[in-house]
Design a protein around this ligand. Structure first.
Ligand code: G3H
Ligand code: 13P
Ligand code: ZN
Length: 328
């Protein structure tokens, strides 16, 4: 083990999820790729008193650098302490493609990993997920696995049509693998184009309910849950970008899911949209600006304010812990 997550001030997701399910909210899992996105996420969660899962894809880890990343997570937990907040922070691998990648992340300070073997057969998915859970648990790291396939583009996994999770498979899957949480496919999908214009943008809350009945109290995860806010899509287009027919999941449906056994909801695209809108706005309205703090700072502010509102509108996780103050 090169780094132990506990030395970085991180926690695994076990207690976070138990509290979220007991109190009827979900924990935000926000993806980040750079410092300003991390600042936006951690400041929003500190100010709202919300637990947070800092989520990193394989591609994001490559972009940041595996040596740099643990100390970005440590910087975030130090920020939490300095702000007077006591929100728990996890560092989670999103869509881990293999046992080896999951193991490497665990050895580099992740407190939680996802093994995404959902595109394999049921038995292969069980075997791969179990091998990750067995290793992770020897280091007190929690594991998320996925059953069913989301539409859209996943990191290294492409599924054109979603395959809903079959409720009659979930109990056997969690028992045989020993994983700590389960990502399911109920009609969400990755990216900014989740539905076609004219579609009824609905997720299958009926399947979610059936799944919950099969594994009562077990933490369920929703991927692909960005709402794709119109204000940022409009700004991106207004300031020279292209973004046609971008449609997300309505907030009200996600809030219903948060009140159920859904313990973690993944959001990446919304943050990307807010961030891009901020950068485009500054560069378009101030063409002479070339100080990165001006445009990346604006991008961070938009992302932070949006995530603060999303914590209330979607996760319901505000005030689960003591609120902290912004550290100047
Ligand atoms: O599920 C995918 C996440 O949004 C991460 O995307 O692989 O482009 O970092 P990425
Ligand atoms: P969105 O693309 O809807 O933000 O989903 C992100 C996600 O599921 C990351 O794993
Ligand atoms: Zn995902």
């Amino acid at each position: 083990m090169k780094y132990n997550y506990k030395d970085l001030g991180l926690v695994n997701t076990k207690e976070m999820f138990a509290k979220a399910n007991k109190e009827g909210y979900s924990v935000p899992a926000f993806n980040f790729n750079n410092l300003e996105q991390l600042q936006g996420i951690i400041e929003a969660c500190v100010e709202m008193g919300s637990p947070v899962i800092l989520q990193v894809s394989t591609g994001a880890r490559k972009y940041i650098g595996k040596e740099m990343l643990p100390f970005m997570a440590k910087a975030a937990t130090e920020y939490v302490k300095a702000s007077g907040s006591d929100i728990p922070v996890a560092l989670h691998l999103d869509h881990g493609p293999s046992y080896d990648v999951c193991r490497d992340c665990i050895e580099y300070g992740f407190s939680s990993v996802m093994i995404d073997a959902s595109h394999h057969s049921f038995d292969e998915n069980v075997e791969i997920s179990k091998s990750v859970a067995d290793f992770a648990h020897t280091h007190d790291v929690t594991v998320e696995a996925e059953l069913g396939v989301l539409a859209g583009v996943e990191d290294d996994v492409v599924a054109e049509h979603s395959i809903y999770t079959q409720p009659d498979e979930v109990q056997e899957f969690v028992e045989r693998t020993g994983v700590d949480s389960l990502a399911i496919a109920i009609g969400t999908s990755h990216g900014a184009h989740k539905f076609k214009p004219g579609d009824n943008p609905k997720i299958r809350l009926d399947i979610l309910k059936e799944i919950e009945e099969r594994i009562p109290g077990f933490p369920i995860v929703l991927h692909g849950s960005s709402s794709v806010p119109k204000q940022f899509v409009d700004m991106i287009v207004q300031y020279g970008g292209t973004m046609k027919d971008a449609i997300g999941i309505p907030d009200e449906q996600l809030l219903l899911a948060s009140k159920s056994a859904v313990a973690k909801i993944n959001v990446d695209t919304d943050g990307r949209l807010a961030f891009t809108a901020g950068i485009r706005e500054v560069l378009a309205t101030k063409p002479g600006e070339f100080d990165p703090r001006k445009y990346a700072g604006k991008a961070k502010d938009y992302m932070k304010e949006y995530y603060k509102s999303k914590i209330v509108d979607v996760f319901g996780s505000q005030d689960a812990y003591k609120r902290g103050i912004e550290v100047k």
